[in-house]
Design a protein around this ligand. Structure first.
Ligand code: 3HC
Length: 333
């Protein structure tokens, strides 16, 4: 065909030229499938940059789930009632499960779990900025559920339609569970705000004051400063832009805050009739940059906790490997 007819390379170079002609064809087919809204499966051909982008995003997401267990896990033993303790325990366990689905999705792209962990433990991989903030009171548990999981759902529901099918499938279950996480957080805060003492209400307001801005930073840099957005949107990895998701989250949260009786800590937050959306104040992007560069309030503590968990778990991995080897030898015998 046309591309092969153009193959004019010498004998030794022919495979390279032919491969690139084939690749062009594969690329065209891939682009057409993306344009048609088709889903890409693990064994399908994909451009290397698409694969790398997915590994980057999925691993960042997986690490966020695993590191995200730390700020809440810290409160399991201090939950005020058995009911709240059971809910928090289930939620933290869910986050661990989400991490595992996501690591498995990244593995389908040819990156091993050991490689992913190594990147996290050596500080080469990112995880969500939000988990580098401390949890200072019980109200932080409710606020994380309401705002942090609320922001996560807003960001993650569109990923259920991500063009890479194993990621999209993992996200369906994750979003259902995140929805429970968001509701339990809102309900915990509502209980404190409607039945609590003045001190408990103040504790909720203080938690909301501390978590509001970091939550709206979770959506990532503004669109015009987001290096990955344009290509990821083109490939259908991201379906909605960072700024659009942030705006949707703010618009949805304002009424919920009214229902709770808390004030969102932004004097510039107001309804804009013309835009049919809320205007909001200036986000401190220097804080965001500092946190993702490793200099947030808890970055060092979080990473140290993950490295310690990995090292402490070495004997479990060794024992499991020894057991698996024994089983294989038994079966072979
Ligand atoms: N925290 C840390 N890093 C962030 C970030 C954040 N909140 N937002 C953006 N970044 C990083 C990006 O990873 C990228 O760095 P890299 O190129 O080294 O990977 C850089 O900042 C530029 O940002 P872009 O907007 O260009 O990057 P993306 O196109 O990847 O968009 C994203 C960022 C919106 C976070 C996107 O990756 C995404 O949707 N990820 C999937 C969802 C996710 O990771 N959520 C994690 C938070 S919540 C959670 O998982 C736990 C839940 O239980 C609460």
């Amino acid at each position: 065909m046309y591309t092969q007819a153009m193959d004019t390379t010498a004998a030794g170079e022919a495979p390279k030229a032919r491969r690139s002609a084939e690749e062009m064809q594969l690329q065209e087919r891939f682009d057409a499938r993306i344009d048609a809204g088709d889903f890409i499966e693990a064994k399908d051909w994909m451009p290397e940059h698409y694969r790398k982008t997915l590994v980057r995003q999925i691993s960042q997401h997986a690490h966020s789930e695993i590191v995200g267990m730390l700020p809440e896990g810290n409160w399991i033993s201090r939950a005020p009632t058995l009911k709240r303790k059971a809910i928090l325990l289930a939620k933290v366990q869910d986050e661990g499960g989400h991490g595992l689905y996501l690591y498995a999705a990244a593995e389908t792209l040819g990156t091993s779990r050991d490689q992913l962990f190594d990147a996290l433990h050596t500080g080469r991989a990112k995880y969500s900025s939000i988990f580098n903030y401390p949890t200072l009171s019980w109200a932080d548990m409710g606020t994380i559920g309401w705002l942090v999981d609320g922001a996560a759902i807003m960001n993650q529901v569109p990923i259920c339609r991500c063009s890479y099918a194993p990621y999209a499938r993992a996200m369906i279950r994750i979003c259902r569970e995140e929805s429970f996480h968001q509701r339990q957080g809102f309900e915990a805060l509502l209980t404190m705000m409607t039945k609590g003492t003045a001190a408990q209400k103040a504790m909720v307001q203080d938690a909301v004051n501390r978590w509001w801005w970091p939550s709206i930073m979770m959506f990532g840099p503004p669109d015009d400063e987001s290096p990955n957005s344009a290509q990821s949107m083109r490939w259908g990895i991201k379906r909605v832009s960072n700024d659009e998701l942030r705006q949707r989250f703010i618009d949805a949260t304002v009424d919920q805050a009214k229902l709770l009786g808390v004030t969102l800590p932004d004097p510039d937050l107001k309804w804009n009739e013309a835009r049919q959306s809320h205007d909001f104040g200036v986000i401190d992007w220097s804080e965001f940059k500092r946190v993702i560069a490793g200099d947030g309030p808890c970055n060092r503590e979080r990473l140290a906790a993950r490295v310690k968990a990995w090292n402490d778990g070495a004997w479990v991995r060794d024992a499991a490997t020894a057991h698996a080897n024994k089983q294989t030898m038994k079966e072979a015998a």
